[in-house]
Ligand binder design. Structure first.
Ligand SMILES: Cc1cc2nc3c(=O)[nH]c(=O)nc-3n(C[C@H](O)[C@H](O)[C@H](O)COP(=O)(O)OP(=O)(O)OC[C@H]3O[C@@H](n4cnc5c(N)ncnc54)[C@H](O)[C@@H]3O)c2cc1C
Ligand SMILES: NC(=O)c1ccc[n+]([C@@H]2O[C@H](COP(=O)([O-])OP(=O)(O)OC[C@H]3O[C@@H](n4cnc5c(N)ncnc54)[C@H](O)[C@@H]3O)[C@@H](O)[C@H]2O)c1
Length: 468
């Protein structure tokens, strides 16, 4: 039997984005909440994913910019001028600051942080193996499963034995690999490939698909790959890896087939960036009767309710698109549902913007050209080179382009993609217009300050062909 003081309004297993926000906000509203966390205070984003990776990418950008722009008057930086120990220290300092911030919010909100491994032992009961030893049994009216995901390491012979880096170890490197092989040319693979190349390592990206970023339009994927190739990143696509020999950190060889021919590549380090596996084992979901999908994610409906009343699942473990901003929206859905479910938000038709933090950035929202064609949706297209965004000329950063899709039938904005400097910052204004259903002329007709990157939106949306 649990002690009455161990009964909570809400418990989150895992302190990722949605779980922590649910605990903080309900606690600030006077409810008793607790977050159970076994590893990373505040989840992956501030510790081992989004923010640390962007911190390291920024260090690589600074080095690259200082070397590239001799014409600005800067003296060219020495190619030997990188200390990975200092790169890591700057990242660690940032993470420490973020942890202090999290601690402050837990303290201020009154939400309790319980350090340990949580698992359901009944529909409303959680057992915690405390980090410092011992156990706690806690009960709650609402339980939120927010256990996240981890890097997938395929069952290829020799791969596990090669002790590949995942993003966790990669972000802790204090030495530059001589030659980094990256298995997987997706989000993490491309962001890391460019950064580590800019620091000076040789990089080979090995991808099983014939196209890098297969969901993107052909022109987008090709342009980005060309930019990375220009910087010296090597791509091997259509590769099926059948065997791995050696150890990452010493010498490691990937062996397989590429378009029916023998394929082999040897590097000093291996990074796996081949997607994610949900953390849904060892947390008692089966015991509590919480159903999983065939991919191992927690099965949820549009309000993120699981198959057991009072248990919700959010973020990566629930199969929500793997982005922190989506996990944050999961928080809002559960928050609203618990507060007042008369008109709750849901996952149905929500906007899914994303930004890939290469340089230039790739930002997208809504329908892509290829998706529109596949779905037989009639559209009008404007496509402008980044050079038409005049600000890029002041930065010698004219590589890339932007595309806007507008409905052929009315003037609704269907989609927007930009490959350009700080392209992610262009998204919100387009998203806002899309979410409130403004016609594209509301953007082309704006007075936008000159010369900002956003000013280019006036030219882009101004180039939409008239209705026929
Ligand atoms: C390298 C990398 C870069 C990324 N960059 C971006 C980016 O730039 N922008 C973006 O939007 N997204 C990015 N993502 C994706 C983003 O990090 C994830 O989608 C997001 O962090 C998922 O949040 P979550 O709450 O679902 O899980 P997490 O943040 O992983 O939280 C889950 C937490 O649960 C804990 N836990 C698990 N099981 C238990 C248990 N049984 N008991 C107690 N605790 C438990 C874990 O320790 C963890 O702290 C990136 C991902 C990676 C890998
Ligand atoms: N900027 C961002 O928002 C950002 C950055 C990093 C990660 N993320 C999120 O994290 C998720 C995971 O990132 P990720 O890069 O690990 O996965 P991903 O799904 O983005 O890409 C994985 C890639 O690896 C390839 N692959 C998988 N197994 C392979 C194998 N055995 N051999 C060769 N290629 C293989 C896949 O075909 C795919 O192209 C992303 O989908 C994204 O949602 C977001």
């Amino acid at each position: 039997m649990s002690h009455p003081s161990e009964h909570y309004d809400t418990i989150s297993i895992g302190s990722g984005e949605a779980g922590k926000y649910i605990c903080w906000t309900r606690s600030s509203a006077g409810k008793k909440t607790a977050t159970i966390e076994e590893k990373w205070y505040g989840g992956s984003c501030p510790n081992i994913a989004c923010l640390p990776s962007k911190n390291i990418i920024y260090s690589a950008d600074v080095l690259h910019t200082s070397q590239k722009y001799a014409s600005t008057g800067l003296l060219k930086a020495s190619p030997a001028g990188i200390d990975m120990g200092l790169v890591r220290e700057r990242k660690r300092d940032m993470v420490k600051g973020l942890m202090d911030m999290h601690e402050g919010v837990y303290e201020k909100s009154g939400a309790e942080m319980v350090h340990g491994h949580g698992k359901l032992v009944g529909p409303k009961t959680v057992e915690v193996d405390l980090k410092d030893g011992g156990k706690r049994i806690m009960t709650a009216d609402n339980i939120v499963i927010c256990t996240g995901s981890r890097a997938r390491i395929d069952d290829v012979p020799g791969l596990k034995e090669a002790k590949p880096l995942t993003h966790v170890e990669f972000l802790e490197l204090d030495e530059l690999p001589t030659h980094l092989i990256i298995l997987g040319g997706g989000y993490s693979g491309l962001e890391f490939a460019q950064a580590i190349r800019r620091f000076g390592a040789a990089v080979t990206v090995v991808e099983r698909n014939s196209k890098i970023l297969k969901a993107e339009d052909e022109d987008v994927s090709t342009a980005l790959v060309d930019i990375l190739k220009e910087e010296g990143v090597t791509f091997s696509t259509s590769v099926s890896v059948t065997k791995v020999v050696g150890t990452s950190g010493q010498s490691v060889t990937l062996i397989g087939k590429q378009n029916g021919q023998a394929f082999e590549v040897t590097g000093s380090h291996l990074l796996v960036a081949g997607g994610r596996v949900p953390n849904t084992e060892n947390c008692g979901l089966g015991v509590a009767g919480v159903e999983l999908t065939s991919s191992g994610h927690v099965k949820v409906d549009e309000y993120l309710r699981t198959s057991v009343p009072g248990i919700f699942a959010v973020g990566d473990c629930a199969g929500s698109p793997h982005f922190t901003h989506v996990a944050f929206d999961d928080f809002r859905i559960v928050r609203d549902y618990l507060n007042d479910n008369s008109s709750p938000r849901s996952t149905v038709n929500r906007q899914l913007p994303y930004t890939l933090y290469t340089d230039p950035e790739l930002a997208h929202v809504g329908l892509s050209e290829s998706a529109a064609q596949k779905a037989g949706i009639q559209y009008r297209l404007a496509k402008l080179p980044m050079a038409a965004f005049l600000r890029t000329r002041t930065m010698d950063a004219t590589t890339g382009f932007a595309k806007a899709l507008v409905s052929a039938a009315d003037d609704a904005i269907l989609g927007f993609t930009a490959l350009g400097p700080r392209a992610g910052e262009l998204l919100p204004v387009v998203q806002l217009a899309m979410s409130v259903g403004l016609p594209y002329m509301s953007l082309s007709g704006l007075i936008i300050t000159h010369p900002t990157m956003s000013e280019g939106l006036v030219s882009l949306f101004g180039a939409i062909p008239p209705k026929t």
